[in-house]
Design a protein around this ligand. Structure first.
Ligand code: ACO
Length: 428
């Protein structure tokens, strides 16, 4: 017998039997529960969607209590160990790990699309010298839709595939241009002999040398960080991607919106916020006083806590290991000791333990980025590059899902009831 939930409406005494499928009831099944014929029907109230599944997805699985993260069934630890970002992006986008020929074709297509139209470069030059690179990233993403009007053909599989390649190929170029603009240096052209991460580092840091080769440890570290950030199921920015995509906007416009959601300090801006927090704390002796302030509700311990993970974020574990490898090359980030001390105290403190607050992916990633030479305001951009793969995969899944429609939540209206218009002279 199928699982069901029986609900008795105390207002009418009527009973309703709601089917349970995959551990959920359908919210629309509640609508039949009415006080009387006039009644609209019952709705569920779920601000911030903390207990609402808005889709079925095959992309990413998370078990927040056990600290498990898998892309298409592959554990994140194995991908971080054996895969590279382009392969992981392929997996996330198309559902399977590529065979060698598929991988070679994919990597070749990406390299064919790394260059930016010169008018995009001109557009980016128009920003003020101190423009935040994430603001430039968001705006340029939106502008890309005007360069590729064919992207509006969202129901053409061929067009979606082309936009996917363009997006994965161009996000590092746009990000590197934003960085070069902010430091007043000319844009570097992509070098297609290099790996995805290696080319990105080339576009960021090449000066007058004819060939730029990044330190292999740093190149691999960045690639693994890209793998770790490639998707994270229905987070804030991905939900925005799906919501904008549900109105059938083109993928560039949808990614501009998703990236804007990622910009906030509670989401992709958190690693930037972690670094600012560490600078603000200033020294080891101020750590206990800072923790005290957090516990008193005067601010948060940035890089701690997660809506889904109620144990150690598996990505944070991998990042902590990478940090050691990176610091062997770059020298230790002086803020590291303070971060370790904050973590040590928080993991023993009743306040954090009882709320299941553990370091998340952003607690250590900023320290690595800073040691690699990235300014703090590039951090959210470094998140947006790999997350583009996840956004596109989730967008495509939404578009091809017959259950999906334009996203349109309901509300409980709590404003004034009807009242007559009052002219200005008579207003009190
Ligand atoms: N520092 C101190 N207290 C915290 C923190 C924190 N970082 N995070 C949560 N809490 C406390 C809250 O005050 C609350 O306590 P209360 O029950 O006494 O009121 C309790 O823990 C639950 O917090 P919520 O805000 O309900 O948890 P939610 O799931 O809504 O928030 C979030 C998750 C936004 C990530 C939160 O933990 C936070 O703000 N963390 C800091 C920012 C951060 O690191 N964001 C990155 C997230 S990962 C990512 O986006 C890639």
């Amino acid at each position: 017998m199928a699982d069901t939930l029986t609900v008795t409406d105390s207002r009418t005494g009527k009973q309703y039997v709601l089917p349970i499928e995959d551990g959920t009831i359908r919210a629309m099944d509640l609508r039949q529960i009415k006080k009387d014929g006039e009644d609209f029907g019952l709705m569920s109230y779920d601000p911030a969607f903390t207990n609402t599944a808005a889709c079925r997805s095959r992309v990413t699985f998370i078990d927040g209590d056990k600290g498990v993260l898998m892309y298409r069934g592959y554990p994140i630890e194995q991908l971080a160990e054996h895969s590279d970002f382009l392969e992981t992006a392929y997996l996330i986008l198309f559902g399977e790990l590529p065979q060698q020929k598929q991988y070679d074709d994919w990597a070749r297509q990406i390299t064919l699309h790394t260059m930016l139209h010169t008018n995009i470069a001109k557009l980016m030059e128009g920003f003020r010298h101190d423009a935040h690179p994430m603001g430039m990233f968001i705006s340029t993403m939106g502008a890309l839709s005007t360069f590729y009007p064919d992207a509006k053909e969202i129901f053409s599989e061929e067009s979606r595939r082309l936009q996917t390649v363009r997006l994965i190929a161009k996000v590092p170029s746009i990000s590197a241009y934003a960085f070069r603009h902010s430091i007043g240096r000319p844009f570097n052209q992509p070098d297609n002999d290099l790996s995805y991460a290696g080319n990105f580092l080339n576009m960021l840091f090449r000066m007058t040398e004819l060939k730029f080769n990044a330190h292999p440890v740093l190149e691999r570290a960045l690639d693994v960080l890209f793998i770790l950030h490639a998707d994270h199921e229905q987070n804030c920015s991905t939900s925005v991607m799906r919501a904008i995509g549900s109105s059938h906007a083109d993928p560039y416009s949808a990614i501009a919106g998703a990236a804007a959601a990622l910009y906030g300090p509670l989401h992709g801006g958190a690693n930037e916020a972690v670094l600012r927090m560490l600078h603000e704390i200033g020294s080891m002796q101020n750590v206990p006083a800072f923790i005290k302030r957090v516990k008193a509700g005067e601010g948060r311990l940035m890089g701690f806590g997660h809506r889904v993970y109620k144990s150690y974020d598996p990505r944070a574990k991998i990042i902590k290991r990478i940090a050691d490898l990176v610091f062997d090359v770059t020298g230790k980030n002086p803020l590291l000791d303070m971060a370790l001390e904050l973590e040590r105290i928080a993991l023993e403190d009743e306040y954090f333990v009882s709320r299941k607050l553990y370091p998340n992916v952003d607690f250590y990633s900023g320290l690595i980025y800073q040691a690699m030479g990235f300014p703090v305001d590039m951090f959210p951009v470094l998140f947006a590059i790999p997350r583009t793969a996840g956004w596109i995969a989730q967008w495509e899944e939404m578009l091809t899902d017959p259950d999906q429609k334009i996203a349109r939540p309901r509300q409980i209206y709590v404003g004034p009831t009807q009242r007559p218009y009052v002219s200005k002279e008579k207003r009190r």
